[in-house]
Design a protein around this ligand. Structure first.
Ligand code: PMV
Length: 328
């Protein structure tokens, strides 16, 4: 009735931007990501409690944060056939306070794996991926490590919309992701609201969906061949296209800061001089640099020279996994 799991966050190389079903969190297009180590979230779930209790990073969760967790727990109870009672959930991230990276993907992946185990359900990455998706879309790509593809799926009930691992972390051990924290403030428009606004008002939205869907198999081929330059180019153009689609919304959505553009410009200059470094950018001002092990220190220096307050160097991460030590 009690289990603990650890999961890593992921960064999308082909991004998810827009839902076709807001309640089930079903995307308009497929996406592809890399799981990041060493950042992680650990979550313990115990069923049979007197009342539902949700604690995240030392605080009792409230509002939509709590609702999203309870929704996942409710789905587990339904799958287990009832009789589990209320649940106590405690979750803790080891993200540096200023990491600026969303920990929700790792959090919901860890929750899904721990809750299924606590309920006595068998280990099943597909079922855990579908479950974590109900909390946060991108979480479905953190159940497994390495490179994961979240398939759009066709069914209206979402049972075929989950992430599958395309390559294990060990497929490309020299790959590095360097997170550059230019700004620690919470973003003004959350991904959830930003993507909804983009779907509803951007005239470029259909083109985004078509293009991103077609980029996924190209990215898979490039990763298969471990071609850093081709992957860097693909990740950059996909990030630009996501932001272009959001910029075309009405009113426009601009996640980039002057410092973001400054870093991107500097990165381009360094690349002309021969440094293998590219970027991707989620719905916020902090770029993630894509490079190799031989250049991660130089990439960190580049980010700091451009005003990064914090830098987190990451390597390809592994699967979400059960732990024998619990948080309570
Ligand atoms: O899953 P959410 O609601 O955190 O949205 C994630 C959206 C992006 O980070 C911008 C892209 C992605 O695929 O992770």
């Amino acid at each position: 009735m009690k289990a603990t799991a650890l999961a890593h966050p992921n960064i999308a190389l082909v991004k998810y931007w827009g839902k076709r079903d807001d309640a089930l969190i079903l995307p308009h297009q497929s996406s592809l990501s890399l799981t990041l180590s060493p950042l992680s979230v650990t979550t313990t779930v115990e069923f049979g409690a007197g009342a539902d209790h949700v604690e995240i990073n030392g605080h009792t969760a409230k509002g939509s944060e709590r609702e999203r967790v309870l929704r996942v727990l409710e789905a587990v109870r339904a799958e287990a056939g009832g009789g589990l009672g209320h649940a106590r959930m405690v979750s803790r991230g080891d993200f540096p306070a200023a990491a600026g990276l969303a920990s929700s993907a790792a959090g919901f992946a860890a929750l899904a794996v721990a809750a299924r185990a606590a309920a006595g359900l068998p280990a099943d990455p597909k079922a855990a991926s579908v479950l974590s998706r109900l909390g946060s879309g991108s979480a479905c790509r953190s159940v497994q490590g390495g490179f994961c593809e979240w398939r759009r799926g066709e069914r209206p009930d979402g049972t075929d919309s989950y992430a599958v691992q395309r390559f294990e972390a060990g497929h490309w051990p020299e790959l590095r992701m360097v997170v550059a924290i230019l700004n620690r403030d919470e973003k003004e428009v959350k991904s959830r609201d930003g993507m909804k606004h983009t779907v509803e008002t951007s005239p470029y939205y259909e083109a985004w969906v078509r293009d991103a869907e077609a980029e996924v198999p190209r990215a898979v081929e490039i990763i298969q061949r471990r071609e850093l330059e081709a992957l860097g180019e693909l990740a950059e153009r996909n990030a630009w296209r996501m932001h272009a689609t959001a910029l075309a919304a009405d009113p426009p959505l601009c996640y980039l800061h002057p410092g973001t553009l400054g870093l991107i410009e500097h990165l381009r200059e360094q690349r002309k001089k021969g440094m293998p470094v590219w970027f991707t950018l989620d719905a916020g001002p902090n770029p993630v640099l894509l490079t190799d092990a031989a250049h991660e220190v130089a990439a960190e220096a580049l980010a700091r020279a451009c005003g990064a307050q914090d830098v987190v160097r990451c390597v390809p991460g592994g699967d979400a996994a059960l732990k024998s030590e619990h948080l309570f």
